[in-house]
Write a protein that binds this ligand. Structure first.
Ligand SMILES: [Zn+2]
Length: 178
């Protein structure tokens, strides 16, 4: 099993089997192999070639079950079945040290922001600066009541002060000046 022991793993470091990407790679290869041939390549030919290639496809000695779902406007889209829970999904993952591709729920994969929360840079600098920009936009564009204007100005001043007080912001501002 290797290093995969945590309750949650980051989705960013896991290997991903993306069914859409796999299908479009197969389609590209089929079309390329037909280039220059006399016979016209039909949509049915491509669909059959995709189905065959998915059937024989394997990755890291693991083979997969794929299912096609017909589209309303013709054609179909493909999904892979998670070997653990049986749900049909567009992406299967294998975390670092894991022994099988499964869906992200079975592997308890989370995005980095869900695991670690917003970064300090985001909380202390980016989020307040975005809000300050937004306040400027609101103040310049609309007909606001004096009360609303005052509350926005107060909020702006407060955000500006919180930036001035942030060691993180002051340090990055100082270093960016050099
Ligand atoms: Zn699953």
């Amino acid at each position: 099993m290797g290093a995969y022991k945590g309750i949650y793993s980051s989705i960013e470091t896991a290997h991903c089997l993306d069914v859409n990407r796999l299908v479009s790679t197969i389609k590209g290869a089929v079309k390329a192999s037909f280039a220059g041939k006399k016979k016209e390549l039909t949509a049915k030919d491509v669909a059959e070639a995709v189905e065959h290639n998915l059937k024989v496809f394997s990755l890291d000695d693991q083979s997969f079950s794929f299912y096609s779902v017909p589209n309303k406007l013709g054609g179909c889209r493909w999904l892979a079945r998670c070997p653990k829970c049986g749900s049909n999904v567009l992406k299967l993952y294998k975390p670092e040290g894991g022994d099988q591709f499964q869906c992200k729920d079975c592997h308890n994969l989370r995005s980095p922001s869900a695991l670690y929360g917003p970064t300090r840079r985001y909380k202390e600098v980016i989020r307040p600066m975005r809000r300050m920009e937004r306040i400027k936009e609101i103040l310049s564009s609309s007909n606001l009541s004096e009360m609303k204007t005052k509350s926005l100005l107060d909020e702006y001043d407060k955000l500006e002060k919180s930036l001035q007080d942030s060691t993180f912001f002051r340090k990055s501002r100082l270093l960016s000046k050099e």
